[in-house]
Design a protein around this ligand. Structure first.
Ligand code: FAD
Length: 461
């Protein structure tokens, strides 16, 4: 563990956002000896996109749901707080006409095991995916990843593997191979693929995807119990007044801090942050998906992704159905809504999709629409978006964490937050961009030279 000087430890640190990123950052600061860290959370509870809903004495997840053995930070929390978890069960696949099949049947029918395994090997141990999957964040990445997943899979001859997991990735709300850059999807695709192979081979004690028995939000509450968290405290102004002097206003009260960490949607922070031109420019480029979760009672339903709903033209249709408890007919429905679809119309589409498998919804329990999966366009990526964003860490006593920097999973957001704190608040400071030349010219615009450089690397590839 990096050590920290006494002077640094005396700094007051404000964290805006009590989701897993903010909570993890605060825990890591505490472990480095910082004893004046305050989390501001606008909601009445901690968790953010970790949101557990109680129904008939069982917890259901309206936000983050599953994790597996490739999530060391999540597992550490489970052990630390003694939180049990159980196997989520193996999902099935539903074809366009309602036919239901297993992943093994899909592989056998479409590609055969040998082609699948060859593609899987290339994807897991190939030149590009392997280091990228392990890197935290998105800076200094190969421009080959700045193209749609579909094109990336084609160029690298890995379609036999990526096609088998497309409905899982789309089901998890990350969008479509046609338009989401491989940079994002390749953060999770290898994990899903390994899980598919391990569950197919039924290796030993392999548990597969897991769900927390007491609900995921309970862990956030336990984390908060060790920290200073101000609930119902929306931050309404941040003024960076000078070195080690950040003024934060919440509920009409202004306090001074030495550092601020933004652990909330960065584009929303523009409403109250004295943003620099570069912050303005980068944050307003962030896009989201509308992702709807509906908790229902139903008949004839089961855990499955819709293989036919992996292209943009199927927007609004059900992507995933999850039955968390085998002994309860309660299901979570997941739908990507696009820009304009009304929630009521999404329900009609869901009913049609469910009718194809001879199922039906008998009761709607609750619904939650999310602004989900912050990301930027391919063009922004090739203009060096992440290299710029990372190069800003620490400027004006400000740091940024959360899914835009690390990818929208609990594991990735927690791992990134922990690593950022260790690198920047421990004795030895390292920025992700320290090894790269300074790219930002200081005029609030993208650095043309950098985008040229990236394009020429891409041409060589
Ligand atoms: C439907 C759904 C399913 C998911 N499934 C999974 C899954 O199965 N597995 C997995 O690993 N991940 C999953 N995720 C993703 C995971 O939940 C998120 O990536 C992660 O929780 C993000 O945490 P965060 O702290 O970065 O952001 P957030 O959780 O968004 O936290 C940001 C916090 O900032 C607060 N805030 C905003 N503005 C202000 C303000 N002005 N002042 C004070 N506070 C403010 C918000 O209230 C919020 O609490 C899912 C997410 C959703 C929505």
């Amino acid at each position: 563990m990096a050590e920290t000087s006494r002077q640094e430890q005396n700094l007051r640190v404000a964290i805006i956002g009590g989701g897993i990123s903010g909570l993890t950052a605060a825990q890591q600061l505490a472990s480095l000896g910082y004893d004046d860290v305050v989390i501001f959370e606008e909601d009445t509870d901690v968790g953010g996109k970790i949101k557990t809903f109680e129904y008939e004495e069982r917890p259901y997840e309206l936000g983050a749901l599953i994790f597996n053995h490739e999530c060391p930070n999540v597992l550490q929390l489970a052990y630390r707080y003694g939180q049990p978890y159980f196997a989520a069960g193996k999902p099935l696949l539903i074809e366009q006409d309602g036919t239901v099949l297993t992943y093994q049947e899909l592989i056998k029918q479409r590609y055969g095991y040998l082609s699948f395994l060859a593609a899987a090997y290339r994807m897991l141990y190939g030149r590009i995916s392997h280091p990228h999957e392990r890197d935290l964040g998105f800076a200094n990445q190969d421009p080959c990843l700045f193209r749609p997943m579909e094109e990336f899979a084609d160029v690298h001859h890995i379609e036999a593997a990526t096609d088998c997991i497309d409905s899982f990735l789309t089901g998890c709300g990350y969008g479509y191979y046609e338009d989401i850059p491989a940079l994002y999807l390749m953060k999770l695709a290898p994990v899903i693929l390994k899980e598919l192979i391990a569950s197919g081979l039924s290796i030993g004690e392999h548990q597969g995807w897991s769900i927390f028995q007491n609900g995921w939000q309970e862990i956030c509450r336990q984390m908060a119990g060790d920290l200073v968290v101000r609930l119902s405290s929306p931050v309404t102004q941040i003024r960076r007044a000078g070195a080690n002097d950040v003024e934060i206003t919440a509920n009409g009260v202004t306090e001074r801090f030495g550092r601020v960490i933004l652990a909330m949607p960065l584009d929303e922070a523009l409403k109250f942050l004295d943003a620099t031109p570069l912050e303005q420019d980068l944050f307003q480029r962030i896009r989201y998906h509308r992702y709807l979760v509906t908790l229902v009672e139903g008949e004839g339903l089961f855990t499955a992704s819709f293989k036919a709903h992996v292209t943009i033209d199927s927007i609004g249709h059900i992507n995933f159905i999850v039955q968390p408890y085998a002994d309860r007919p309660v299901f979570q429905l997941y739908q990507l809504l696009g820009q304009n679809l009304k929630v009521a119309d999404a329900l009609t589409l869901a009913q049609q999709d469910i009718a194809k498998i001879n199922g039906k919804i008998t009761k709607i329990i609750t619904q939650k629409e999310w602004r989900y999966f912050p990301h930027v366009t391919m063009q922004d990526l090739s203009h060096g978006y992440y290299d710029l964003l990372e190069s800003m860490q620490g400027n004006n006593d400000t740091y940024y964490i959360g899914a835009i920097l690390s990818f929208e999973t609990v594991e990735q957001t927690a791992a990134y937050a922990k690593d950022l704190i260790t690198r920047n608040f421990g004795r030895v400071r390292l920025r992700a961009t320290d090894l790269a030349p300074q790219r930002y010219a200081g005029d609030g615009k993208y650095n043309q030279a950098r985008s040229e450089q990236l394009r020429s690397i891409e041409r060589r590839i």
